[in-house]
Design a protein around this ligand. Structure first.
Ligand code: PAF
Length: 289
């Protein structure tokens, strides 16, 4: 089956009308500059649905005024090859003008959960992200959509939106894909020089150090020690240990899954990473005694 490139909502409706009404549809929303992490999302989508739509749209609403919207990597031809090779049926790549009415007024609010952690550093980011994701859901009308765990707070907020607004789309989270040395794949990695790339490894090293502990304070202390040692090579924004569903900090007695999340600037490039850990403060006391 040939890959269809839909440039606006009419193209999309036409592509969908050629499909058998019973075919299940999975959406993989992206901003392009596709890498092996996106490939794994497309594969996950293919395993779960008859047709896969990949959206490629650098969404201006989710970038702050001093962020990298204008220089965000745009590699459309290479992206099409990735989508073709991975068996996507449609690439939906609308223009900004076709996505947003110039008189647009209404958007999605990410609430208090969108103002903490990553949202505290990037005001408005999650409102813009949820607004475009909801629009993509409405346009593509998928049965399910696949998102990477690499953007853990984004994934948690999308799950929250679907619940709060009764959006009939199943949300599937897929694991972060890493380079053999631990660096989490990101479209922004291509901004890094060779030296900066070496410095960026401190993020995944810090997460691994934290994951070796099971009590919240020790997890954070271990992660911070690695980041402190790399302080001359990066500017730490945050390292937090939070509840995966709400992104509020966990307390010392917390038991169960938590997200250890980190953000730092390496040179001019802001990177984020996270790991899901299982906390068990009691196990830590047993180990210590
Ligand atoms: O994760 C991304 O690439 C973007 O935030 C998304 C989900 C495609 C919305 O623009």
């Amino acid at each position: 089956m040939d890959l269809i490139v839909a440039r606006d909502r009419l193209d999309l409706v036409k592509a969908r009308s050629d499909w058998d009404g019973g075919a299940s549809v999975a959406l993989v929303p992206t901003m392009g500059a596709l890498h092996a992490g996106h490939r794994s999302l497309i594969r996950e989508a293919r395993a779960r649905a008859d047709r896969v739509v990949v959206s490629i749209f650098v969404n201006p609403l989710q970038f702050g005024p001093n962020e990298d919207f204008s220089r965000y990597p745009r590699t459309f031809d290479a992206d099409l090859e990735v989508c073709r090779a991975e068996g996507a049926a449609v690439v939906f790549a609308p223009s900004v003008e076709s996505m947003y009415d110039p008189e647009r007024q209404v958007g999605v609010s990410s609430g208090a959960m969108g103002e903490v952690v990553e949202g505290a550093s990037r005001p408005g980011h999650f409102d813009g992200m949820l607004t475009v994701v909801l629009k993509l859901f409405n346009l593509v009308q998928p049965d399910l959509a696949v998102f990477g765990q690499k953007d853990a707070q984004q994934l948690a907020l999308i799950r929250r939106m679907v619940r709060d607004l009764d959006v009939p789309v199943e949300i599937v989270g897929a694991p972060t894909v890493r380079e053999p040395d631990g660096l989490a794949l990101s479209s922004r990695n291509r901004y890094l020089s060779a030296v900066e790339r070496g410095s960026a490894l401190a993020l995944s090293r810090a997460l691994r150090a934290g994951a070796a502990e099971t009590a919240p304070s020790k997890v954070l202390a271990a992660a911070r020690a690695v980041l402190d040692a790399a302080a001359s090579e990066l500017a730490l924004d945050y390292v937090v240990l939070v509840d995966p569903a709400t992104f509020t900090p966990v307390d010392e007695s917390y038991t169960g899954e938590a997200v250890l999340a980190v953000a730092a600037k390496v040179g001019n490039t802001r990177l984020i990473d996270n790991l899901i850990l299982t906390l068990d403060p009691l196990e830590d006391q047993i180990t210590d005694s």
